[in-house]
Design a protein around this ligand. Structure first.
Ligand code: G3P
Ligand code: MG
Length: 243
């Protein structure tokens, strides 16, 4: 039986209560008891790694455009808070390095790589994780499984995890067989309790996303997942600790 407590992982921070993928959302998740954070990354025109879910800034900021065609200086002009709520006016799209500065090193950070950028991002990501001394606490996940294999080739100690949904469910292992996996990250609706058990017994961590409903959280805890990725870390914390 798995006796380790289920990890509480804030999806894009505490995305139900603060603008997703901003420093304030990460701070809030930690205050609410999260012991892990999930975030998404993209590459800018000047080769920096920023934290944002979409490849454009259109949905989450007051600007428009593709992150890949904008510099950090341009991106930093944008307000990443007001679309969520006026009270968050002034929040900015963070650099990944700024998240590393904010978050204590013992907190697990699950970095989701959204795009391979034709191989332009992997080296930069590995360098940043190494120079920030985060190899122990970072897990990089992606739906783009070959990209994980490339990361692993660059840094064998990097922890990688495959993301999958209903479309990817039975492909990931074969795609990645030469690159040992640390974890699997299934959508919670597409994994059964027996699969979770088998994976855990096989030595994999299992991090399910995105679980926001209390009943679903309970089912996942009972099924023995390693961690739950949620927009609502406060709700999960209450379930896990009673507080
Ligand atoms: O990493 C889990 C989850 O974030 C994957 O989907 O679209 O919310 O990034 P998405
Ligand atoms: Mg994500």
């Amino acid at each position: 039986m798995n006796t380790k407590r289920t990890m509480n992982i804030g999806h894009r921070g505490a995305a139900s209560e603060a603008p997703e993928n901003t420093l304030i959302a990460f701070q809030k998740a930690l205050e609410q008891g999260a012991d892990g954070l999930e975030l998404d990354i993209h590459l800018t025109a000047d080769g920096e790694i920023v934290v944002c879910h979409d490849s454009t800034v259109n949905r989450t900021t007051d600007g428009t455009g593709a992150i890949r065609s904008m510099t950090v200086a341009e991106l930093k002009q944008l307000d990443a808070g007001i679309r969520f709520d006026e009270s968050f006016r002034g929040e900015r799209i963070p650099l990944l390095s700024e998240v590393f500065e904010l978050v204590p090193k013992h907190i697990m950070i699950n970095i989701e790589l959204k795009n391979t950028y034709d191989g332009a991002v992997e080296g930069k990501l590995v360098d940043l994780i190494r120079s920030s001394d985060r190899l122990d606490s970072v897990v990089v996940s992606s739906f783009r499984h070959q990209c994980l294999a490339r990361l692993k080739a660059l840094e064998p100690d990097l922890k990688i995890g495959i993301l999958y949904d209903e479309l990817y469910s039975h492909r990931g292992y074969a795609d990645l067989s030469p690159a040992p996996l640390y974890s699997v990250h299934p959508h919670f609706r597409y994994i059964q309790a027996e699969d979770i058990r088998d994976l855990r017994e096989g030595g994999y961590e299992v991090y399910v996303y995105t679980v926001n409903n209390e009943d679903d959280m309970r089912k996942m805890i009972e099924a023995g997942v390693s961690g739950i990725i949620t927009d609502c870390p406060a709700k999960l914390q209450k379930l896990l600790t009673g507080k």
